[in-house]
Design a protein around this ligand. Structure first.
Ligand SMILES: [Zn+2]
Length: 389
C-alpha cells in the first residue's frame, strides 16, 4: 500500500522568480508594432491582464505551506549561465535578452514582456530546471519539481514567445546530456499548449524524444500536427497528439497508455523530464483534465521512470493560469511523486447520478399516481412511453 512520504521529492523554488512583473502598459521597443497592439488591447471589451504574473508562484507556495506533504523538501536555485543557455539558444537571442536587463518593455508581439527583474528571473528559472535534473541524476532525490517562472516551452532557439524567454526544459535536457552522462532523454509535455520551442530545438535530435499532448491548432501556438514527427536523424522522436477542445482525462490517459508507454519502451530513456503545465485543467478552460487525471498521468510517468531509468524524473512548471487549479494541481502531483496513490479518474457527475438514482429508486414503482401509468407487466415498463409528436 503506497504511503505519502515513501519517496523523496525536491521542489526548487526561488523568490527571484517573483521579480518578473510584466505590465501590459510597457512600451514596445521602437518599430515593434506598438500601435497595432495598443489598438487591439484598447478594442477589447474587458481589459486584458498579463496572465503570467507572480501570484501564480505565491498561490502554489501558499498551498504547499497550508498542507505540507511528507517527503517533500524545498531548495533555491542558481541562475543558469550563458554557456548553459547557449546549448539551446543562439548567441543573438542571448544578446537580445541581455539588452533588456533592467528595462520595462515588450520583447515580442507574442505576449512576452519584461520588467527590471525579468532577465534574472528567467535565468533563475532555467537554473531551477538544471537543479532539478542535477538532484535526480546525482541521487539526491527520487524526483524533483522546478517551479519555473517565466515558463519555457514556447521559447525557440532564437525567439521569446508566449510568456517564455528561455526554454527551461530544453536547457535542463542539454545540461543532463553534456554534464550528467544522460544519453537519451524523454520529454513529456502535458501543458495544454503545444511545446513549439522544445519541438524546434530537438527537431532533428535522435537522443531527445518529445511526447506532446495539446489542444490542436488553431489553438495557440498553432503547431504540433500529428504528421510532425521530426526530421533527419530525429525522424520519429517527435510525437504529437493534438486534441480537440474539451478533451479530458480519458482521452489524455488513452494517449499515455496507447502511445507514450510503447514509445518509452522503444526509446529507452536515461532520464524523463515533464513540461508540467496545469492549463489542461477544466478550470483553465483549454481542456477538461481533473485533479485525478493529473494524478493518474503522474503515476504513469513515475512508473515509466522506475521501469526505464532508475526512477530519474524531473518536472518543470510551464503554464496554468487559474490560481486554484494551478496550486491544487501542483499539490496533487507532488502527493503522487511522494508516494501517494493516484485515484482513478471518473467521468464527472457519475457518482452523483448513481447516488441520486439510489435515492429516487423507490419513488416511481408503487402506488402509481397516474391512472394511465403502464402496469408492471406492460412492455413499456422498461422503455420510454411512446411520445406524441
Ligand atoms: Zn500552456
Amino acid at each position: 500500500m503506497p504511503v505519502i512520504g515513501d519517496r523523496s521529492v525536491l521542489v526548487i523554488n526561488d523568490d527571484r522568480m517573483m521579480n518578473h512583473q510584466p505590465d501590459i502598459q510597457d512600451p514596445f521597443l521602437p518599430g515593434r508594432l506598438d500601435r497595432r497592439v495598443r489598438e487591439i488591447l484598447n478594442g477589447l471589451a474587458v481589459q486584458w491582464r498579463y496572465p503570467e504574473h507572480p501570484g501564480r508562484l505565491s498561490a502554489i507556495t501558499q498551498r504547499l505551506n497550508a498542507d505540507p506533504i511528507p517527503g517533500v523538501h524545498v531548495e533555491t536555485a542558481e541562475p543558469a549561465t550563458r554557456e548553459q543557455l547557449g546549448r539551446v539558444h543562439t548567441s543573438a537571442h542571448l544578446r537580445e535578452i541581455e539588452r533588456m536587463r533592467g528595462k520595462h518593455a515588450w520583447l515580442d508581439v507574442d505576449t512576452t514582456a519584461v520588467s527590471p527583474g525579468s532577465i534574472e528571473a528567467a535565468e533563475v528559472a532555467a537554473g531551477a530546471a538544471i537543479a532539478a535534473v542535477e538532484a535526480v541524476c546525482k541521487g539526491r532525490a527520487q524526483s524533483a519539481f522546478a517551479l519555473c517562472r517565466p515558463p519555457g516551452h514556447h521559447a525557440e532557439p532564437a525567439r521569446s514567445r508566449g510568456f517564455c524567454f528561455f526554454n527551461n526544459v530544453a536547457v535542463a535536457a542539454a545540461h543532463a546530456q553534456q554534464e550528467l552522462g544522460m544519453e537519451r532523454i524523454l520529454i513529456i509535455d502535458w501543458d495544454a499548449h503545444h511545446g513549439n520551442g522544445t519541438q524546434d530545438i530537438f527537431w532533428a535530435s535522435p537522443d531527445v524524444m518529445l511526447f506532446d499532448t495539446h489542444r490542436a491548432a488553431p489553438f495557440y501556438p498553432g503547431s504540433g500536427r500529428l504528421e510532425d514527427v521530426g526530421a533527419g536523424l530525429g525522424e520519429g522522436t517527435t510525437v504529437n497528439v493534438p486534441l480537440p477542445g474539451g478533451s479530458g482525462d480519458q482521452a489524455i490517459l488513452m494517449a499515455f497508455r496507447e502511445i507514450l508507454i510503447p514509445a518509452a519502451a522503444w526509446f529507452q530513456p536515461d532520464l524523463i523530464l515533464i513540461s508540467a503545465g496545469f492549463d489542461a485543467h477544466r478550470l483553465d478552460l483549454c481542456l477538461n483534465v481533473s485533479y485525478e487525471g493529473f494524478a493518474a498521468m503522474t503515476e504513469i510517468v513515475q512508473t515509466l521512470a522506475d521501469r526505464h531509468c532508475e526512477g530519474r524524473l524531473a518536472l518543470v512548471l510551464e503554464g496554468g493560469y487559474h490560481l486554484e487549479s494551478l496550486s491544487q494541481g501542483v499539490h496533487t502531483v507532488l502527493q503522487v511523486l511522494a508516494g501517494g496513490e493516484a485515484p482513478t479518474p471518473e467521468e464527472i457527475g457519475l457518482a452523483e447520478v448513481a447516488a441520486a438514482s439510489e435515492f429516487h429508486k423507490t419513488a416511481f414503482i408503487s402506488d402509481a399516481p397516474y391512472s394511465d401509468a403502464p402496469s408492471s407487466d406492460s412492455p413499456l415498463t422498461d422503455a420510454h412511453p411512446p411520445t406524441q409528436l
